[in-house]
Design a protein around this ligand. Structure first.
Ligand SMILES: [Zn+2]
Ligand SMILES: [Zn+2]
Length: 366
């Protein structure tokens, strides 16, 4: 077995971004143009993408035809989760890809940076954009956790190049956390694209900063990084069963965001202890009232994508256990979502959440 299967890989060829967001650098325009191409098409087959992308880039960016294969243009965006590809090889923008482009056009680059941060947070191995890889971990959660731990000491270039990308198991990190020594993480000195392309891309857009040969979290996102990673356990950085990822992310959201139990009680009282889908859904008495459960309509794990508060009584509805389960596990949630959306319409509109967006959020409900 080749060792490359056990190390973090970079997608495509070259950096995703190579300058601060907003600057019309070579890779920035290329990446933005690829996103625009997909947005214009709404949905594009892989074959059509591969046929048309080079001509589109030549017309709309500073791209000069070279030997890049067309897959190199979409893989980095797939890696970041700004686009997705279905089993039938249809490519389209994700909710986050849409939002990233929207804020880019508004020139709200700090917001764009946060979207990248969020997508890095979601990125895992194995990854559809990289070759068969025998790891089960969240590479950027590991990177940010280590950066936070090292704080003002920073993380050395050698570490990023020769050790970080060879991390395989939580053991290695637990040892590091306990001893502050990286001895359990093997040193390899092969050339590595993850460092040259991915890590340096993060420096170029200003998510990381360097002082001499040390890396730190950039000042303007430090607070956000703290919010995401400070309370995160080492278990949330690794997983053993992909089918349980939704649950793991639910746990991650619990570690990151406090929920106020009083808001749930308040919502139940407001709804007079009946299921908002239908008052007919009677269950049993609990503490003298019809038993219902509180549910956050915009799910809590989405908090990192929004600056408004999701733990808000106006975002909580009362549901009978059956409707609640359907909300989490049903195959077709359209009707039930439409109903709760209209109940909470004022809150949704106030925060510019569309029904379409809400549906996309429920793609993998935790
Ligand atoms: Zn729920
Ligand atoms: Zn119900």
């Amino acid at each position: 077995m080749k060792t490359s299967y056990y190390r973090w890989q970079a997608p495509g060829n070259g950096k995703i971004f190579d300058a601060p967001l907003g600057e019309a650098s070579y890779m920035n325009t290329r990446t933005l143009s690829v996103l625009h191409f997909i947005q214009e098409k709404k949905r594009v087959s892989q074959a059509e993408f591969e046929r048309e992308i080079k001509a589109y880039l030549e017309k709309n960016s500073e791209y000069e035809n070279n030997n890049s294969t067309p897959a190199h243009f979409y893989r980095p965006l797939l890696f970041l989760g700004f686009i997705k590809m279905s089993e039938s090889k249809l490519i389209e923008l994700t909710l986050e890809g849409d939002k990233f482009l929207y804020f880019y056009e508004q020139k709200n680059y700090l917001k764009c940076k946060k979207y990248i941060l969020n997508q890095l947070d979601n990125t895992k191995y194995p990854n559809i954009a990289t070759k068969d890889i025998k790891l089960q971990l969240f590479p950027f959660r590991i990177l940010f956790k280590i950066l936070l731990q090292e704080g003002s000491r920073g993380v050395s270039k050698e570490f990023l190049k020769e050790q970080l990308v060879y991390i395989k198991e939580s053991d290695e990190l637990l040892h590091y956390a306990a001893t502050k020594e990286l001895s359990k993480i093997e040193v390899h000195t092969e050339y590595d694209k993850f460092y040259t392309w991915v890590v340096n891309s993060l420096v170029n857009i200003g998510i990381l900063k360097t002082i001499q040969n040390y890396y730190f979290i950039a000042d303007d996102i430090e607070e956000e990084v703290k919010r995401l990673y400070e309370n995160l356990s080492y278990e949330s950085l690794f997983f053993s069963d992909e089918s349980l990822l939704c649950q793991l992310d639910g746990k991650t959201a619990h570690e990151r965001y406090k929920r106020d139990a009083r808001l749930i009680s308040e919502a139940k009282r407001r709804d007079a202890y009946s299921c908002v889908i239908s008052k007919e859904h009677k269950t049993f008495l609990s503490k003298g009232e019809n038993y219902v459960e509180g549910h956050h309509v915009v799910p809590m794990f989405q908090q990192k994508n929004y600056s408004f508060e999701l733990d808000d009584v106006r975002n909580i509805v009362s549901l009978c256990p059956t409707c609640h389960r359907e909300m989490h596990s049903g195959d077709d949630k359209r009707d039930i979502l439409l109903k709760v959306y209209s109940i909470n319409e004022e809150y949704m509109k106030e925060n510019s959440v569309t029904l379409n967006e809400l549906e996309k959020m429920y793609f993998c409900i935790r």
